[in-house]
Design a protein around this ligand. Structure first.
Ligand code: CA
Length: 240
């Protein structure tokens, strides 16, 4: 995650103090004095900051408005700087998408500590979203599709049925005879090596999807790609 912090604050001495504390702590501070200017930057930047420190009392538009507009296109965490108690009431009372606030005058170290806490929480959320939203392998039986590393695999009928069977029972050891019975129904002349040949093709396709997703060069290293061979017994699905 980017360690850059955008400070939107019109009082230069406050911004400087904060920027210094952030720099000392390993962050890359950036400072703007106007709300509109900041929104314009945030709308167009390809490298958004990790967090925004936002003063409420800005000369052009209020920090509240900046936050409200920001939330229409960005989830970047916001830490408000506030000078008045009635502002605190508004931050707490309204759902404007603030992550925390600090009252002026503040200790820069306190602000940095709050920033670290918000970023830790954010990191946890992002990780959870990644874990639930993008599993590496997804079986879509209604669509007769299998997605690996975000890409739909281009599978033949038997490859699909074979991988589906394995994926539906992770860790379960299927003998070749069982797989033939489940997958190659109505194909009496199927041989043991038919299963092996299809496993080989599936591994190649899974491997290609994996390489595509990482952009890695073909390392020519043979891996089982989640389809484990149990010598003399059969196969199981165990995506590591
Ligand atoms: Ca101000």
């Amino acid at each position: 995650m980017s360690k850059s912090i955008l400070i939107i604050e019109d009082e230069v001495s406050i911004a400087d103090t904060l920027a210094y504390a952030l720099k000392t702590d390993g962050f890359i501070p950036q400072h703007l004095s106007l709300g509109q200017q900041a929104l314009e930057l945030l709308r167009t930047t390809t490298t958004p900051p990790a967090l925004i420190v936002l003063d409420i009392g800005l000369p052009d538009i209020s920090g509240f408005d900046v936050c409200r507009q920001l939330r229409q296109f960005s989830d970047t965490p916001v830490l408000f700087l506030t000078a008045r108690n009635d502002e605190i009431d508004r931050i707490v009372g309204l759902e404007i998408g603030a992550d925390d606030y600090v009252s002026k005058p503040f200790s820069p170290r306190e602000v940095v500590a709050r920033i670290r806490a918000i970023l830790r929480r954010q990191q946890g959320k992002v990780q959870m979203a990644a874990d639930t939203a993008t599993p590496r392998f997804e079986l879509k039986p209604q669509e007769a599709r299998i997605i690996a590393y975000g890409q739909t695999l281009n599978l033949t009928r038997y490859e699909y049925l074979l991988l589906k069977t394995l994926m539906e029972s992770p860790g379960h050891l299927f003998s070749r005879a069982q797989l033939m019975e489940i997958v190659w129904t109505n194909a009496p002349d199927t041989l043991d090596r038919t299963v092996d040949a299809h496993v080989k093709c599936l591994r190649a396709k899974l491997r290609q999807a994996r390489l595509n997703s990482t952009g890695a060069a073909d390392d020519a290293e043979a891996t089982d790609e989640g389809i484990i061979t149990h010598r003399g017994m059969g196969y199981s699905w165990s995506p590591a």
